[in-house]
Design a protein around this ligand. Structure first.
Ligand SMILES: NC(=O)c1ccc[n+]([C@@H]2O[C@H](COP(=O)([O-])OP(=O)(O)OC[C@H]3O[C@@H](n4cnc5c(N)ncnc54)[C@H](O)[C@@H]3O)[C@@H](O)[C@H]2O)c1
Length: 393
């Protein structure tokens, strides 16, 4: 059976590679022609993903082939859709990319085909929107084809190992779809769990994202309180954490495509139902995490007062602009937002990031800087402010 993976990004390409490694022929579809060319010549377009390179080298252009044209996947029996779903300026889900991909799949759907949505979506999206789009485009009804949801639970930097080991859930929009999807997926996902419905599978991923956002907001709040009271936070956290207490780490906020986005799926859904108060904690956590850059900007400004220079002559090096350490991704990066906030306050901001070359940083319109030459360095990943005299503040 040939399988198609639609969207060969940070989540889709490792999945496609794992499927190829299990002996399937995989037809990847991606709008990015350069990415397709690289894959077909055995070159890995995501070099920072451990373990991916050898798989692309082995299967790229052979049993894993990438195309920009959906028609190339018309002979496949299963379609896995893993394109992004963003929120718009009003924090409403923007379904355009997903809808485009689903409708393109719908046009080539045949009797007995299986469609699995892996894109993280608000609950009920698969059984309501995706099903409707597929039926409209294919002229068929559920039962003639199968539809399921299986959220991608990988983390960039651990994709291959997560796909091989981490529990993955799958649920159908009807019972038969669940079984058909489960039977196919277990050929390449070893730790697979069939849940009762697509909506449960969707909610699993929503829960996970919300849990992390709320937990990090709590860590951020407790960190601020500890600082205010002169209490060593990290030591306290280490002793507080045990089987029933698992506090995550404080930070400059939460970035990337996933965690800052998923709580809004539920917040907005509750607003639509006139039940805003059901999502109060989710909303507040979003606010706490987004405001952490103001907290850190204030701390940095206070540290700058110790430097014997006018504030507008002080150079501050932000030692990391990605949203998470070790992941070359700037989407909703709070560290980038912090750099901008400080620049808006009139400081001279330079950037150093081990994931980017000097040229890449300058291409982003930012000033590259050697941390050792700045008056003050802020490392957003270990939350350390350092004066150039090497004095920790
Ligand atoms: N990256 C992660 O760590 C991660 C983890 C868990 C879940 N996810 C989920 O996976 C999904 C995809 O995220 P990602 O990180 O791979 O995104 P990405 O931006 O890295 O890649 C998306 C890919 O889809 C392609 N694409 C966009 N529109 C398309 C279309 N209409 N047809 C075909 N290809 C199209 C893009 O060219 C790109 O290569 C999202 O729902 C995300 O929430 C990602």
């Amino acid at each position: 059976m040939d399988i198609s993976v639609i969207g060969l990004g940070k989540a889709g390409l490792p999945l496609a590679a794992i499927i190829a490694d299990s002996g399937f022929n995989v037809t990847g579809i991606d709008l990015d022609s350069k990415k397709c060319e690289l894959i077909n010549s055995g070159e890995n377009p995501i070099p920072e993903e451990p373990g991916l390179e050898s798989l692309i080298k082995k299967y790229g252009g052979k049993s894993l082939r990438a195309f920009t044209d959906y028609c190339s996947a018309s002979n496949c029996k299963a379609y896995i859709i893993i394109v992004p779903l963003f929120i718009n300026e009003f924090r409403e889900p923007d379904f355009r990319t997903l809808k485009g991909a689903v409708k393109s799949v719908g046009k080539m759907l045949k009797k007995g085909d299986l469609v699995v949505v892996e894109t993280t979506v608000p609950p009920l999206t698969t059984e309501e929107l995706v099903l409707r789009w597929l039926e409209e485009e294919s002229g068929m009804h559920l039962g003639e084809f199968y539809l399921a949801h299986s959220p991608e639970r990988i983390m960039s930097g651990n994709c291959i190992s997560r796909l091989r080991e981490f529990p993955k859930v799958i649920g159908g929009v009807d019972k038969k779809s669940g079984i058909v999807a489960f039977e196919m997926y277990r050929k390449f996902i070893p730790n697979l769990h069939l849940v009762s419905s697509a909506r449960v599978a969707e909610f699993v991923k929503n829960i996970e994202g919300c849990y992390r956002d709320v937990n990090i907001a709590l860590a951020n709040e407790l960190y601020k309180i500890a600082e205010e009271l002169g209490i060593e936070f990290y030591e306290s956290r280490e002793h507080a954490n045990h089987e029933y207490c698992h506090l995550l780490l404080p930070s400059t906020g939460v970035g990337g495509h996933c965690i800052p986005v998923y709580p809004w799926f539920l917040i907005k859904e509750m607003e639509r139902k006139g039940k805003d108060e059901f999502a109060d904690l989710l909303r507040k956590s979003r606010e706490i995490n987004d405001k952490m850059i103001e907290y850190w900007a204030n701390k940095i400004v206070i540290a700058c007062l110790k430097i014997d220079k006018p504030l507008n002559k002080i150079t501050i090096c932000i030692k990391g602009i990605t949203y998470r350490k070790g992941v070359k991704e700037l989407f909703h990066s709070r560290n980038m937002a912090l750099a901008k906030l400080l620049a808006d306050k009139g400081f001279r901001i330079s950037i150093y990031d081990e994931m980017f070359t000097r040229e890449e940083i300058e291409k982003l319109g930012l000033a590259w800087g050697d941390p050792d030459l700045a008056d003050l360095t802020f490392d957003p990943f270990d939350l350390k402010i350092k004066l150039n005299a090497q004095k920790n503040v």
